[in-house]
Write a protein that binds this ligand. Structure first.
Ligand code: SF4
Length: 167
């Protein structure tokens, strides 16, 4: 496990980068100043003994005066199409988007800038969605970039894969 402890106005957000398990804790004192042993003992109340000796990073987002300094996770739509056509689907189809002038998903450059900005603001998790995110030609590049930023990567997919991923 790899813990991030994010400063919040009410105390802290604890976030495990590997499992996504997280807690909002009200805490008036400072956790930054306590000894490592005391810190692990405190964290063990939430994560159990497995937390001992695990790496911990403190972050203090720039907007930490807000109710919650940043969202824990954000969804990022990287594809406008899908390889299935479910009758219950509520997502607009590519031709419907075309009709109202929204044809292109974000370019890879805009996606990367957005991800860097979200990281800077203290967001901890990115969940890729679409319609079907694996249908984006940029799918693998976006996944690698998110991992380079050391953010938790989630993918909302129908798990139906074919040859030739890409919009
Ligand atoms: S897999 Fe999901 S996005 Fe694709 S058509 Fe079905 S419900 Fe819609």
């Amino acid at each position: 496990m790899r813990l991030v402890i994010r400063k919040e106005p009410f105390g802290y957000l604890l976030f495990d980068k590997d499992s996504r398990e997280h807690y909002f804790i009200e805490h008036a004192g400072s956790l930054e100043g306590v000894s490592r042993d005391d810190l692990y003992a405190f964290l063990a109340k939430y994560y159990g003994a497995k937390v001992y000796n695990q790496p911990i990073v403190f972050i203090r987002p720039p907007l930490s005066h807000l109710e919650l300094s940043a969202p824990v996770g954000m969804y990022l739509e990287i594809a406008r199409s899908c390889n299935l056509n479910c009758s219950h689907c509520y997502k607009p189809k590519a031709w419907e988007l075309e009709k109202i002038g929204h044809v292109n998903p974000m370019s890879i450059d805009v996606i990367k800038q957005t991800l860097e900005e979200l990281k800077r603001l203290g967001v901890l998790e990115i969940r890729l969605c679409g319609n079907e995110p694996t249908h984006s030609k940029d799918f693998f590049e976006v996944c690698v970039f998110i991992q380079k930023l050391d953010l938790y990567l989630g993918i909302n997919t129908n798990a139906y894969f074919e040859d030739g991923i890409g919009d």
